[in-house]
Write a protein that binds this ligand. Structure first.
Ligand code: FAD
Length: 413
């Protein structure tokens, strides 16, 4: 295909959704791709996440299946345990067919980044506005003009550049300015709780890790949820012996600076957390939390599902399209599958054109992602005790109610 026939996509945001879209459009062939990311460097932040079989297949299709296998561990089962007032654990729901993989966010991000040809991702490029123009391209097709502020080194150059594409993909996250343009003033929904998160490096001689492995014997293949009165925690292993944990705590909405939902924990909050952990969780999990350096706090939000993701030649993907709470392990999976679906639609509808492809993407993703956002919300509320009578006990609940805790219910929600 000659350069003139190439189409161009401008992707806003170079996190998981944006990099996945770059892979999907390169795979579709006939596309020049540029990813504009405001961060100046590739982040090594984050913690663990679980990838489902569909997302793993997409990564394999983009040529990073082997890398993923090396950088991830199986999550082949899910176990939900109720913790009683004596801090004893009782298994209440278990699924041996939970076919996921556990990976660290920054390992996955780096895999996606390193597998792209040089020059595709433009770091330090912040999109400040865009506008659609109709019928100006060589074939009288609409185009999108994207204005970017280039931020280089430590100096803000304030150097404005313009990129023109046949299509703009907004992968700019849960505080997406593209979404804001279409829904001005739309508020995100605070869930009612925050998550403390941490990763303990248990690869070296680490007593806390050794202790926790004795009471969570399936670490390395199991996604553990411990549920106590009005709270729950999550534990699973990442490659390199790292133990990834989360603890959800009901509280008023914290005061957040800027767009970030992450808060750094101060010493006082950390001491209170350690004390509360030893009153709530089995001793080994409490010790693991106390031994983890630099845990951080994420305020948990989502938004109401949208009925559309496409406006002309502008399309939302990932968290920009469907910000979700983490309880269904969907956010990263939805981002990868959005990109994969969009790339396939572009490829399949080559003859019918871009607008037909965007309609196909929208029709395949709007309902299913809405279901997943609402299921995740429901599961979080259930596990945080927000939907249950005060005296409810998971230990004495009947089997049918207990099985409502399992991830596999997402498809029938
Ligand atoms: C540094 C980081 C660490 C994370 N760690 C985890 C984790 O450990 N576990 C987990 O489950 N999820 C994590 N997430 C969130 C996870 O990436 C998302 O929940 C999910 O994968 C969907 O990602 P996304 O690409 O749609 O959105 P996001 O990951 O939120 O990314 C949006 C991207 O767009 C960029 N951006 C926003 N506005 C502009 C603009 N105007 N111009 C240019 N760029 C812009 C942002 O800098 C960001 O890189 C992390 C996200 C980030 C950014």
């Amino acid at each position: 295909m000659g350069e003139k026939e190439m189409k161009k996509v401008v992707v806003v945001g170079g996190s998981i959704a944006g990099l996945s879209c770059a892979h999907a459009f390169l795979k579709a062939k006939g596309w020049e791709v540029v990813v504009l990311e405001k961060a100046r460097s590739v982040s090594s932040a984050g913690a663990g996440l679980g990838l489902d079989p569909e997302a793993c297949n997409a990564l394999k299709d983009w040529g990073i299946g082997d890398g993923l296998l090396q950088q991830s561990l199986p999550l082949s089962m899910e176990e939900n345990r109720a913790i009683d007032s004596n801090r004893q654990a009782h298994i209440v729901a278990r699924d041996e067919s939970y076919n996921h993989r556990a990976v660290h966010w920054s390992d996955l991000h780096r895999l996606l980044y390193n597998a792209l040809p040089a020059g595709i991702v433009q770091l330090g490029h912040e999109v400040i506005s865009y506008e659609e123009e109709s019928g100006v391209g060589p074939d009288k097709e609409p185009q999108v003009k994207v204005r970017v502020k280039k931020v280089a080194g430590s100096d803000v150059e304030n150097n404005i550049q313009e990129y023109t594409g046949d299509l703009m993909v907004a992968a700019d996250g849960s505080m997406s300015q593209t979404r804001e343009k279409h829904f001005p003033g739309e508020k995100r929904r605070y869930s009612g709780y925050c998550a403390w998160r941490g990763v303990l490096d248990g690869s070296t001689e680490c007593n806390a890790a050794a202790m926790v492995r004795r009471v969570y014997p399936d670490l390395g293949r199991c996604l553990y949820f411990d549920i106590a009165q009005g709270t729950h925690s999550v534990l699973y292993e990442l490659p390199g012996g790292r133990l990834n944990w989360l603890w959800y705590i009901n509280q008023p909405e914290p005061h957040l600076k800027g767009k970030s939902v992450t808060v750094k924990a101060d010493e006082k909050a950390l001491a209170a957390l350690h004390e509360q952990a030893s009153k709530t969780w089995v001793p080994e999990l409490a010790t693991l939390m106390q031994a983890t350096t630099d845990p951080f706090i994420n305020a948990i939000f989502d938004r109401e599902p949208l009925s559309k993701f496409v406006w002309g030649r502008v399309v939302l993907v990932g968290e920009a399209a469907h910000p979700t709470t983490p309880h269904g392990l969907r956010s990263t999976n939805m981002s990868i599958i959005d990109a994969y679906t969009l790339g396939n639609a572009i490829q399949n509808r080559r003859l019918q054109g871009i607008d037909a492809a965007l309609q196909e993407y929208e029709s395949q993703r709007v309902l299913v992602t809405a279901q997943q956002v609402l299921f995740s919300r429901h599961l979080g509320q259930l596990k945080q005790g927000l939907l249950l009578p005060e005296k409810f006990s998971w230990i004495s609940a009947d089997q049918k109610i207990r099985s409502g805790l399992l991830q596999q219910n997402m498809h029938s929600f």
